[in-house]
Design a protein around this ligand. Structure first.
Ligand SMILES: [Zn+2]
Length: 71
């Protein structure tokens, strides 16, 4: 399977650490974007498309997402 955009792809949320619900739409339908060439990750809401801060690892991206939710 090739990626038409070539720069990022979604990862299944099953690989995620615990993520807080989306701060914008309260969805828990969350996933990760893996920006392959930039080598960073971001949490993304599959419902409204909100994207969390980009970090070098999924764990850090998840942590930053949760931190933003709780602010
Ligand atoms: Zn959302």
């Amino acid at each position: 399977m090739s990626d038409p955009k070539g720069s990022c792809r979604r990862l299944p949320v099953s690989t995620a650490t615990d993520l807080a619900a989306c701060p914008f739409c309260a969805s828990i339908n969350l996933g990760f974007y893996e920006h392959v060439y930039a080598k960073h990750f971001a949490v993304i809401c599959n419902l409204c498309g909100a994207e969390g801060p980009s970090r070098p690892t999924r764990e850090e991206a998840g942590t930053m997402w949760n931190r933003r939710v709780h602010e």
